[in-house]
Ligand binder design. Sequence first.
Ligand code: NDP
Length: 638
Amino acid sequence: MTSSDTVPGHKRPIDREALRRKYAEERDKRLRADGNAQYLQMSGRFARYLDDPYLPVVPRAPKTDHVTFAFIGGGFAGLVTGARLVEAGVRDVRIIEKAGDFGGTWYWNRYPGAQCDTASMVYMPLLEETGHRPTEKYAHAPEILAHCQRIGRHYGLYDNALFHTQVEDLSWDAANRRWNIRTNRGDAFTAQFIGLGTGPLHVPKLPGIPGIDSFAGHAFHTSRWDYAYTGGDPLGAPMTKLADKRVGIIGTGATAVQCVPHLAKTAKELYVFQRTPSSVDVRANAPIDPQWFASIATPGWQQRWLENFTANQAGGNATEDLVQDGWTDLARRIRERILTIPKGERTREAMLAAFEEADHEKMEEIRSRVDSIVGDGETARKLKAWYRQLCKRPCFHDTYLQAFNQPNVHLVDTDGKGVERITPNGAVVAGVEVPLDCLIYASGFEVGTEYRRRSGFDLVGRDGHRLSDHWKGGMRTKHGMHVHGFPNAFIVQPTQGANLISNVPHNLVEAGRTIAVIVRAALDRGAREVEVTREAEDAWVELMLTAAGRMTGGADCTPGYYNNEGQDTGLAGRLAVGYPAGASAYFTYIDGWRRSGAFEGLAFDGRAASGRPADVVGAGPAAADDAPVGYEPVQLGG
Ligand code: NDP
């Protein structure tokens, strides 16, 4: 490989060494000792930022009954698990949700322009079951929220749900072999089984900027959009009340990329405070043609699409690409590069080099795109992202960069330093105060902080054993779902399972299936308890540690939540991984595990299920020669 290459379709040669140096320089500029601690929790004087602006809290009597299954979290995880349980004949499923309705992230995130970044056909769960045809390749937030409500209605999940309710205590009652659940609404009920689907990105955070509480104008976080102040609505009505306002937005991640073009349309002046530019690739959204949809929506269509997307992304040998978007484009490029390496020479190093080449090309294209759209040279220069594409969440948008051509839109680049200070009047960068009437925090969500802090409770299992203690040295599970010492409890999230980050709902849909099969089996056997054995959990953790590591997204990246703000997480980081052979292989494995009916690794009422562990676990990580050649390099952390 040469260190200088020409990008196909581009005249400019890539000086790979210079690019590596530039990436390292930009990363170093942004590394800070306080890592995650730089952010402020929304408690105490910042607690008001968490208030629900969308629905009032409805008074109700506390619950003191018993249900078969209680699920904490009413987002996709709770909905798909509830749906599969209902299909399996478990009717008394109670979902407990801190928001006023189902939807999870789609309940809270109603900012203008919000839409899914992964194609609706694979992102929106249970489309086939509920008979919904997405209206767009990337559906907007109101349609996704309505779909969550549709799932709730379709499966009767509203009947038993508790909204605006936060679990405060979840503990195993060994004498009665059930879970005790207490909430902030005075509920004290029991459940034979529990599921936890509290989501990886549901606790908003504020930037730790000095003076943040001194601002005298109006301020809110993007996940609690204040339409009463801005005017407009989530469906896209113009925010007319901003016509005489100087609006500042702090942050330029995936959220800001989607809402900036909308703010630009109506704000008198819009100041976009940037610490690190996002990579913004083509979106190419389009309506979904009903006739085309009818032609492809034959029985089993969504499962085929899910498997195809995952096979393109993460280690399958897909020959066709049904979704065809920015996610699969990079994966395809990487795979094509790797396949040019003769099989016998396909070492990890050779594959990483091919990956880097494909990444460099992609990022050069994304940087050229900025030049081709943004008129002002200096603004264009500042909007270019200098890191590998998967160091930060890739963004896709067709009008974000264009917004910077408007005379009322001002990029306030902080050269990696962040906003210096907030005053009663506005925000200060490089000693200059920008006067503002309104300040919007597009500063993201807590990732990588302690599970207990993000969920608001600790799980107390057998003998008073706490989940926070069990996971002190890093996450320990089987399948990312079962934890020894915590019977009848199921955790629904991607880590230590498929860990497919480019389409999180696929992980959840599969987890819902698995839980329904296990609960059905326990009920049919009359078993009161089902629990992973210590040996099975240990073996799974050992298997996770054989993962080859990230292809990118590690310490060499510019800091962000993908790499724990650039700080080493040691063993915990090495455990925040997925099935070593890749997501496609995991989904095949777990399908076999479920179908075998052996429940390898689980014990029902203390008796280990008779299984064929060696057969079921399979060959473990693939050898270098036929290692997965997709790319799913980042981990969200437990
Ligand atoms: P992010 O964490 O991605 O972005 C936060 C932003 O705030 C960053 O640009 C960060 O800069 C900036 N910031 C933090 N502190 C300061 C400071 N002191 N001064 C200036 N800027 C600061 O949050 P988002 O809400 O944008 O996105 C979070 C995640 O939510 C996404 O990555 C994605 O997974 C998900 N999401 C999904 C969407 C979808 O699927 N449609 C849409 C939107 C979000 P820096 O980069 O330097 O840290």
